[in-house]
Design a protein around this ligand. Sequence first.
Ligand code: VGL
Ligand code: ZN
Length: 196
Amino acid sequence: MKALLVIDVQNDFLPGGKLEIKGGNQIISKINDLMNNYNLIVATKDWHPENHISFSSTHEGKKVGDIIKHNGINQILWPNHCIQESFGSKFPKELNYNKINKIVYKGKNKDIDSYSGFNDNAKNASTELSVFLKDKGVDKLDCVGLATEYCVKHTALDAVKEGFNTRVIISCTKGLSNNDIKDAINEMRINGIVII
Ligand code: VGL
Ligand code: ZN
């Protein structure tokens, strides 16, 4: 059984959003088309409280792009984004989100970021994603969404670790930095992810 995983396609990651990814809007209609090929579609949402550790505004004297160490792990500081229930946290109206069967929320704990839809960045806590997919009999997972080198990469790497036959449909992803995207694609390939 195959499933489509739509990662963090939310207003704040699209042009005009708080953490905008150039061209992020261009993948929406492609994802809508792709949805026709799947009987099970799951989406992740970045879902932060207002004082989240990943926001530069949470740390006095820090700015966007700074890297801090928190509880032993590096954290890049971002603009405030995807605050729970805000407009920026919502699906864009152009996305056929009524076809999504299940939404998994991540990054809810203010003390730790969560790029992966499966686990937080310390790999201490898991979301319900893996159990949900396995309960549905999913063995093949196709990943699309934003951003290629952050949440898509980390979600796909964890999917492999969870035993899913994992592919990333690269034309249905967009990232922030071309160099980092290249590195991310290599890292995903090395770890057994099929890039199509
Ligand atoms: C993401 C940075 C911060 C992502 C989420 O969805 O790739 N990136 N939070
Ligand atoms: Zn985030």
